[in-house]
Design a protein around this ligand. Structure first.
Ligand code: BGC
Length: 345
């Protein structure tokens, strides 16, 4: 081989390595988002002020049932702020950590990917300046605790930033938190969502650190709100007057969902970020036919746009599982897990 051919080969090798590097940047986030696939929120358990207070105590069998039914992952809403000291160093209660360890262990032993989030940190929504330091310190402890877990354990910084935690403040706080988390978890996948309750309409305001590829962007979807939140007492009395609202799947109703998801998909493509639909669901006060129809349509649209998704939620008000009678609500389960594009009538 003469010297010029050797040089040419070397240049080709370098180019192919660079090419490979360019193409693999961010691939991990995309491939893990695929693995998250179809999932469920274990709602109303660990994000209650105390587990059990909202009627749900997690059980080993729940994880087994979820896996057997065909789901790929779970999202675990957690109220860390209620289980940590109010003052520095804001130590998280070791017993509470053990409980979360238990959820992670049982998810992994059932081959479920698991998202550990921070939920209902109400104080930070009212007074972000006073709680930013505590928020970061809580995440430093969580990151340290789970730094040796496999890639199938993911972190989500904060459920539904809103109120005084506006877009600018949230962009700054999530960037600072990421910097700290990266010290112990250099390439763990982290989920971050836009402000105003993870509203996809706020994606344009979301700013993520440009040099971090291991991020999945998460959004929530409860539109039309008067349908999904009819009779939802925690939202307010006005929801009583929404009772009876149906979702029949008219062209207009479907187009609204499609347009919203196309917008999120476009944003993901422009920013080279995979998208997760971290919450969607309809309250049990709505009629079952409408719920199943809406759930199926939203889940299939999300899949068509390449989003992973997590139904809100397992066995409370929106529940797909009836824990008292130990059985799945079949129309909802079918709406979620069915592979067909057919919509229920
Ligand atoms: C909240 C839940 C609520 C659900 C639907 C979630 O983000 O944390 O408390 O039930 O949204 O409103």
């Amino acid at each position: 081989m003469n010297i010029n051919r050797k040089k040419l080969l070397l240049v080709m090798l370098v180019i192919s390595c660079l090419g490979c590097f360019c193409f693999t940047a961010g691939d991990k986030a995309f491939s893990i988002n695929k693995k998250l696939g179809r999932g469920i929120n274990l709602g109303n358990a660990l994000e209650a002020p105390k587990e059990g207070q909202w009627g749900i105590t997690l059980r080993k069998e729940y994880l087994e049932l979820i896996k057997q039914a065909g789901f790929d992952s779970i999202r675990v809403p957690i109220r860390w702020s209620a289980h940590a000291e109010k003052n520095a160093p804001y130590t998280i209660d070791p017993n509470f950590f053990e409980r979360v360890d238990w959820v992670i262990d049982n998810s992994l032993s059932n081959s479920l990917y698991v998202i550990i989030n921070m939920h209902h940190y109400e104080e930070i929504f009212n007074d972000p300046n006073s709680h930013a330091e505590r928020f970061i310190e809580l995440w430093k402890q969580i990151a340290e605790q789970y730094k040796n877990q496999p890639d199938s354990v993911l972190f989500e910084f904060l459920n539904e930033p809103h109120n005084m935690l506006d877009d600018d403040k949230w962009n700054k706080l999530s960037a600072e938190t990421l910097k700290e988390v990266r010290k112990t978890n250099p390439d763990r996948i982290v989920l971050i969502g836009p402000g105003s309750w993870n509203n996809l309409g706020k994606l344009d305001k979301l700013q993520l650190p440009a040099d971090d590829d291991n991020i999945i962007v998460t959004i929530h979807y409860y539109e039309p709100f008067q349908f999904t939140h009819q009779g939802a007492s925690w939202i307010g009395e006005q929801t009583e007057s929404w009772l009876g609202t149906k979702w029949t799947g008219t062209d207009g109703q479907k187009t609204a969902v499609i347009k919203d998801f196309e917008k999120a998909c476009r944003w993901g493509k422009e920013h080279n970020k995979p998208v997760n639909l971290g919450e969607f669901g309809a309250n049990s006060k709505a009629d079952m036919d409408s719920r199943a129809r809406w759930t199926s349509f939203v889940a299939r649209q999300a899949e068509m746009q390449g989003f992973s998704w997590h139904y809100w939620e397992f066995c409370a008000y929106f529940g797909v599982y009836d824990k008292d009678n130990h059985k799945w609500r079949q129309p909802l389960l079918k709406a979620l897990i069915s592979d067909s594009n057919e919509q229920p009538d």
